[in-house]
Design a protein around this ligand. Sequence first.
Ligand code: NI
Length: 230
Amino acid sequence: MMIKRVFPGLTWKSVAISSSIVGYIGLSYKFAVERHEYIKQKKKLESLRETFGGKFSLTDHRGQPFASDQLLNRWILIYFGFTHCPDICPEELEKITDVINTLDKEEDITPINPLFVTVDPKRDNPEAIAKYLKDFHPRLIGLTGSQEDINKVAQLFRVYSHAGIPDEHNEYIVDHTIITYLMNPDGEFVDYYMRSNTVEQICNSVKTHMKDYVVLRKESFWQWLLAKMC
Ligand code: NI
C-alpha cells in the first residue's frame, strides 16, 4: 500500500481516526462560530426590543376601532405601505401571504396574524384597504386613521414615508420604508425582515423565535416559582 511506503507505521485506521478528529474539531469550530453569530444577532435584536412598537389606536378595514392591545396574545407580522404602490407593496404582501400559508400547513405553529398599516391615509380609507386586501391573505387586517395617528404609529416603528408630487391625474407615489416586523404575544418587537428575505428565511426565523419564546416563558415560570418559594 502506498501510504505504508511513504509513512511507515501509518495505517488506514489511524488515518481514519485522525481525520475524524480533525473533522470533529473543524465542525465544533464551525458550530462555535455559528453559535457566536446567533448569540450576537440575538443580543442585537434584544437591544432593539424597546426601539419598535408601542400603544396606538387606529381604524381597521371594516371601519372598526383597532387598538394596539388587540395585538396581544398573538404573533403578528406588521407591514407599512399604501394601496396605490405599483410593485413593492404587492410583492411584500404576496410574500407575507406565502409565509402565513406555509406556516399554517405546519403542525404546532400558532397562527400568525398579519397587519397592513397604510402610510397614505388620505387615499387609503377603510373601503379602499378592504378592496385592496382581497388579493392577499384573508387574515390580513388593514389599518388607517388620521394623518396624525398614522404619523404616530409610523414613528413608533421608525417607519419613514414621504408623499411625492401628484401628476396631472392626481396620482402620486409614497416613498416608504420596506420592512416587515415580527411581534411576539407580549406585544414586543422580536425581529424584522427586509425585501431581500425569502419566504423560507422568514418562515425559519419565525419558527426559531416561537421556540425561543416558549423556552423563555418556561424559564421565567421557574424563576417566578422559585421567587415565590424562597
Ligand atoms: Ni410600497
